[in-house]
Write a protein that binds this ligand. Structure first.
Ligand SMILES: *[C@@H]1O[C@H](CO)[C@@H](O)[C@H](O)[C@H]1NC(C)=O
Ligand SMILES: [Ca+2]
Length: 330
């Protein structure tokens, strides 16, 4: 039998403590993920219910994914988080898989919601029209026959205080805040979307190219969302179809350590956004700072002076020639 030297024993003990504290730190970072707003495998709790979630329509729960719609016509499914989200700043990350047998014809798409009311069956990808809240729409089918300024699949953001109608015939283009094209369908690898709401800035990013990194799709400032709304996901198929599968939903509460604690009550405000995207051609803002304005002024001034100088020199030259020709003739 060997008796360990006390020093070596101490070293092992230190290592063991280090290991424990390391693991603990890992746990602490995971604590930011709010279990009551997340949906991760295994989905079922002890019974047949999914804790904190309710589902409706064609939604099917399997051990590895939640299928909102199968690749069949005229399906409508949704899953809603029953606990109101009271965080002010958050990041909602969804792993999804949209796939089907259609090569060129498929639809309709799915929506990630942050909405006032849950389980409201309706025409907007399986939720009610005139909703209140935020919709991140992953539209795979182009309903619009006229000229589009984008391709499908297309991701867009819509904010509604209950007064706006989502117009499928125009793929919601006249009510969207911003959007981006995203080829997220029928991919062999994992596809993710992140919806981040931080200090009234909405940022939507995707990870759909198997790079394990976020790529920004859209960013909108001046977005006001109330607290206490609900996370939801819904999907529809029509004449065209797809499997709309949700693999996981992770809600991270963002703590902003350097922010003074705001006492502003956001529980009663209506959803709103300062900036709406123009209906058709998007005209980008001309980036003009004070400096470039001054520069432009000087360039114009210099141009003006040169022009005047050129004219003066020209006149003088002309007069000289006139004088000379006069001398020649008289
Ligand atoms: C609701 O939204 C619409 C469209 O953005 C806006 O015109 C209207 O003023 C809003 N209503 C309220 C009560 O804020
Ligand atoms: Ca569409």
């Amino acid at each position: 039998m060997t008796i360990m030297h006390p020093k070596i024993c101490g070293l092992f003990l230190t290592l063991a403590i280090l290991k424990i504290s390391y693991v603990k730190t890992q746990w602490n970072t995971k604590d930011f993920m709010k279990r009551e707003h997340s949906l991760i495998k295994p989905y079922y709790g002890s019974g047949i219910d999914i804790p904190f979630w309710q589902f409706m329509g064609s939604t099917m729960i399997t051990p590895n994914y939640i299928r909102l719609t199968a690749d069949l016509q005229s399906k409508r499914g949704a899953i809603w988080n029953t606990i109101p989200l009271n965080a002010r700043n958050w990041d909602l990350q969804v792993q999804f898989k949209v796939h089907g047998k259609g090569k060129n014809l498929f639809g309709d798409g799915f929506v990630v919601w942050y909405a006032k009311e849950v389980l409201q069956d309706g025409p907007v990808f399986g939720n009610k029209d005139f909703f209140q809240g935020l919709a991140i729409i992953l539209d795979t089918y182009s309903n619009h026959n006229g000229p589009h300024n984008h391709q499908h699949p297309y991701i867009s953001a819509m904010i509604n205080n209950g007064s706006l109608h989502y117009d499928h015939d125009r793929d919601g283009t006249h009510t969207q805040l911003a959007g981006c094209e995203a080829k997220f369908r029928n991919l062999d690898y994992d596809t993710h979307i992140s919806i981040k709401y931080e200090k009234d800035v909405l940022t939507v990013s995707t990870d759909i190219v198997n790079k394990a990194a976020w790529k920004q799709c859209l960013r909108v400032e001046g977005v006001i969302l109330p607290t206490g709304y609900h996370i939801g996901l819904s999907a529809t198929t029509g004449d065209l179809s797809d499997n709309h599968d949700i693999i996981s939903v992770r809600l991270f509460e963002l703590e902003l350590p350097n922010e003074p604690i705001s006492n502003e009550d956001r529980s009663k405000v209506l959803p709103s956004a300062k900036f709406f995207e123009p209906e058709r051609e998007r005209v980008e803002d001309v980036k003009s700072s004070g400096w470039s304005g001054v520069k432009l002024f000087f360039i114009m001034l210099l141009g003006g002076i040169s022009l005047v100088a050129a004219v003066v020199v020209g006149i003088m030259f002309y007069q000289k020639r006139e004088e000379r020709s006069k001398k020649r003739f008289y």
